[in-house]
Design a protein around this ligand. Structure first.
Ligand code: ZN
Length: 147
């Protein structure tokens, strides 16, 4: 069995939102300072003893189970699976987020029509200035005619 690369694990711990995982599990979270608290889903919890730190992306149960850790520990406990299995699950769940194709850049055509007739591979500064001048001339000439 191939070892799971450490950076892969670190990436999951960073990128998978613990808050989202908890909510997906039906935990109602309340903001408490910088933390989120809710009923721990891993034991019979009557007063919220689950503390989630969104900044560190870590959780901790202050109640009966006294467990805590990263998103991986959460999934292991929530699903009752091994570390390896939890990582695989998180990777799959993470796929739609990671695989979003970048938005296609709109094709911008900044080349003026009259210049596109001959497209020089290398345009000298003089040529550019000439083009500009003739464009300005065209615009000014057009404007002065007044349609
Ligand atoms: Zn608990």
């Amino acid at each position: 069995m191939a070892r799971i690369p450490e950076d892969e694990i670190e990436r999951l711990k960073r990128e998978v939102s613990l808050e989202r995982l908890a909510e997906a599990r039906g935990v109602k979270l309340k903001r408490h300072g910088t933390d989120l608290i809710g009923l721990c889903p891993f034991h019979e919890d009557r007063s919220p003893s689950l503390v989630i730190s969104p900044q560190k992306n870590l959780w901790n149960c202050l109640g009966a189970c006294g467990k805590g850790g990263s998103v991986i520990d959460w999934v292991m406990r929530a699903e009752g699976i091994s570390f390896r299995h939890a990582v695989e699950l998180l990777k799959q769940e993470n796929l739609p987020l990671a695989a979003q194709p970048g938005a296609k850049l709109p094709q911008r055509s900044t080349v003026p029509k009259r210049a596109s007739r001959r497209v020089p591979r290398q345009v000298s500064a003089g040529e550019l200035a000439e083009n500009r001048a003739s464009q300005v001339e065209a615009v000014v000439g057009h404007a002065s005619h007044g349609e």
